[in-house]
Design a protein around this ligand. Structure first.
Ligand SMILES: Cc1cc2nc3c(=O)[nH]c(=O)nc-3n(C[C@H](O)[C@H](O)[C@H](O)COP(=O)(O)OP(=O)(O)OC[C@H]3O[C@@H](n4cnc5c(N)ncnc54)[C@H](O)[C@@H]3O)c2cc1C
Ligand code: FES
Length: 282
């Protein structure tokens, strides 16, 4: 029997990638631009992830930070956390790494069509959301409005600063960002406070609005409560991403379970109503 495949590739065998470029995003995060060595496109959808490996080390799931509309490459925004991500941060352009995937349930793009979109990211969550934002930028007429709200801990933790500037200048988007606190010594003169502070003065037509949340777990309950107060109480109005530690990435090992769901294959993107009643999910 043949092993299961994604895009005609075995889901268990890493595919070789060439590192095209590396850029520093913050002191802890770098952006890696990669190309599959077989010349094929990754054929992912926004919200999916790949299992990244370096021969002799482990694997780590990393969200794809670029849109499938970018051809000839894909990008990963990686925080230096431990063994694999630390080794990735040492690599220079030209290096070879392995990836399996793309895996996971993506953002539900069809459900977003014609809607007012509220795209909300906290911290590292801007990496997967960037894939969706770039995708929306390519077909902005498909949405009634797109508002991007992003929160980081401090000015030096802000990811994708060049993109944030572009999105602020873009007529397709309304983009705002905030930092929890800015040290007096920093030259940051933007907004401060939590993401929920930005939400406080957002106006939406609640019935025609869909919110997408990607961020650290502590962000979810306060942001979801704020969205409910704004009137987003119907089914399929709040989509969010959940992270669990993973091994296989393809629904086989049971390492990433949330109750009866596998975060790697039933998620990482869920509708709120699919997970809010599950113990420990949020
Ligand atoms: C679906 C998904 C998408 C992700 N996307 C990104 C991304 O775009 N960019 C990014 O930088 N990181 C992302 N992560 C987190 C990333 O996978 C972990 O930081 C990575 O696995 C750490 O591996 P390591 O070998 O470097 O560290 P290790 O040496 O294995 O561990 C370092 C520390 O990180 C912890 N850790 C491992 N996995 C996770 C996890 N999933 N969540 C929280 N803590 C973890 C370990 O418990 C340990 O304390 C994602 C995780 C998931 C599940
Ligand atoms: S990581 Fe193996 S089942 Fe999800």
């Amino acid at each position: 029997m043949h092993p299961p495949t994604v895009d005609n590739q075995s889901i268990y065998a890493p595919r070789s990638c060439r590192l095209l470029a590396v850029s520093k995003l913050t002191p802890q995060e770098k952006l890696f631009r990669l190309r599959l060595e077989d010349g094929r496109e990754l054929n992912h959808q926004p919200g999916q992830f790949v299992q990244v490996s370096i021969p002799g080390l482990t694997e780590a799931p990393i969200s794809i930070a670029s849109s499938p509309t970018c051809k000839g490459y894909f990008e990963l925004g990686v925080r230096k956390a431990g063994l694999l991500t630390g080794a990735l941060h040492q690599l220079q352009p030209g290096a070879q790494i392995g990836i399996r995937g793309p895996f996971g349930r993506p953002f539900q793009l069809e459900a977003l069509l014609g809607k007012q979109l509220l795209l909300l990211a906290g911290g590292c969550g801007l990496a997967p959301l960037r894939s969706l934002i770039q995708y929306c930028q390519k077909q902005s007429s498909a949405y009634s409005a797109v508002q991007i709200l992003y929160g980081a801990r401090s000015p030096q933790d802000l990811l994708f600063k060049d993109d944030l500037e572009d999105w602020q200048l873009s007529t397709n988007f309304n983009c705002r960002y905030t930092v929890d606190q800015a040290p007096a010594s920093s030259c940051y003169d933007g907004e401060t406070g939590l993401l929920t502070r930005l939400l406080a003065d957002v106006q939406v037509e609640a019935d025609n609005c869909c919110a997408v949340l990607v961020g650290p777990p502590p962000m979810y309950q306060p942001v979801i409560s704020a969205l409910h107060r704004m009137g987003l109480n119907g089914p399929q109005q709040i989509m969010l991403s959940l992270e669990r530690q993973m091994r296989c990435g393809v629904g086989k090992c049971g390492h990433c379970t949330i109750d009866h769901l596998y975060c790697c294959s039933d998620g990482p993107i869920f509708w709120l109503e699919e997970v809010e009643h599950l113990r420990g999910a949020l």
